[in-house]
Design a protein around this ligand. Structure first.
Ligand code: ADP
Length: 258
């Protein structure tokens, strides 16, 4: 077996808070194979974002080893081998949908291939809205544009931090299905932080459960459900069993006694 696409070994990170060290992550190990979809769930403040930012090359220094495609994360980021999607779509208001999706390519000094941009917009159901400005979009459309922007970079590792967290329940369910069908097509390697257990189970090959701060890996649940996955799967006994397993680990790791 080759090297995993993303490899995290003994990762610990502390912030400084009021002059005191604040341990956010402690000895986290994680391996993500190429083309795997892994979700990270855990209590608020347990270090999920910190983990994602270390993998994304946005936090230095840390203790331990992190590699993305065999490179240190900072280098992988510089080479545009990592795409990020955050809760806030962060679109530039003076650029159209198309202009926003093309932006990272232009910043990189490259030229956006019009055909590729069209395909990317089509994949997120935004082909007819390329000329719209962000203020003309619903929350769901804005977030779909943010997905398209990350995809257009052709990065083979996608890091997503609560990408659906700002959406209302109905839009969230709809955009979740877009995300799933997108991934079924691209099969990029994904690490997604989410608060939603059903979202994690529906999308992922594996769900990694972190404890409360400092975040440690409490356990990993393998989601052995057939793909392509559809919403109806959420009512199946297998899905419910997987979700309860994740919830039980979450409770164990958060120190909540029931
Ligand atoms: P999560 O994503 O699981 O909610 P975070 O990784 O955002 O957790 O944060 C982990 C802990 O580190 C929290 O207690 C948070 O308050 C703290 N923290 C996060 N960022 C900083 C920072 N820049 N400076 C100081 N403390 C921080």
């Amino acid at each position: 077996m080759g090297e995993p696409h993303i490899s995290v070994r003994g990762l610990s990170h502390s912030y400084e808070s009021n002059g005191q060290p604040l341990a956010a992550l402690e000895s986290v190990d994680l391996k993500v194979e190429r083309g795997e979809f892994v979700s990270v769930v855990g209590p608020s403040g347990g270090g999920k974002t910190t983990l994602l930012r270390c993998i994304g090359g946005l936090i230095e220094p840390y203790a331990g080893e992190v590699a993305v495609g065999g490179m240190p994360p900072e280098e992988a980021r510089r080479r545009r081998a990592i795409g990020c999607v955050f809760q806030d779509p962060s679109l530039l208001p003076w650029r159209t949908v198309l202009g926003n999706v093309a932006l990272p390519l232009e910043i990189g000094g490259g030229r956006a291939n019009p055909q590729r941009l069209r395909e990317t917009l089509e994949a997120v159901g935004m082909l007819n809205f390329g000329g719209y400005y962000p203020h003309q979009l619903s929350g769901g459309m804005a977030q779909r544009t943010a997905f398209a922007r990350a995809l257009a970079m052709d990065a083979d590792a996608l890091l997503m931090d609560e990408p659906l967290g700002a959406l209302d329940e109905i839009t969230r369910a709809e955009v979740r299905l877009y995300l799933l069908s997108l991934w079924e097509r691209t099969r990029s390697t994904v690490v997604m932080v989410t608060h939603s257990v059903p979202e994690a189970v529906l999308t992922s090959d594996r769900v990694v459960v972190l404890s409360s701060r400092p975040g440690r890996v409490v356990g990993v649940v393998i989601v052995d459900l057939p793909r392509p996955r559809e919403r109806s799967l959420e009512d199946s006994p297998e899905f419910l069993a997987c979700s309860s397993e994740v919830r039980a680990m979450l409770l164990a790791g958060s120190g909540v006694a029931l």
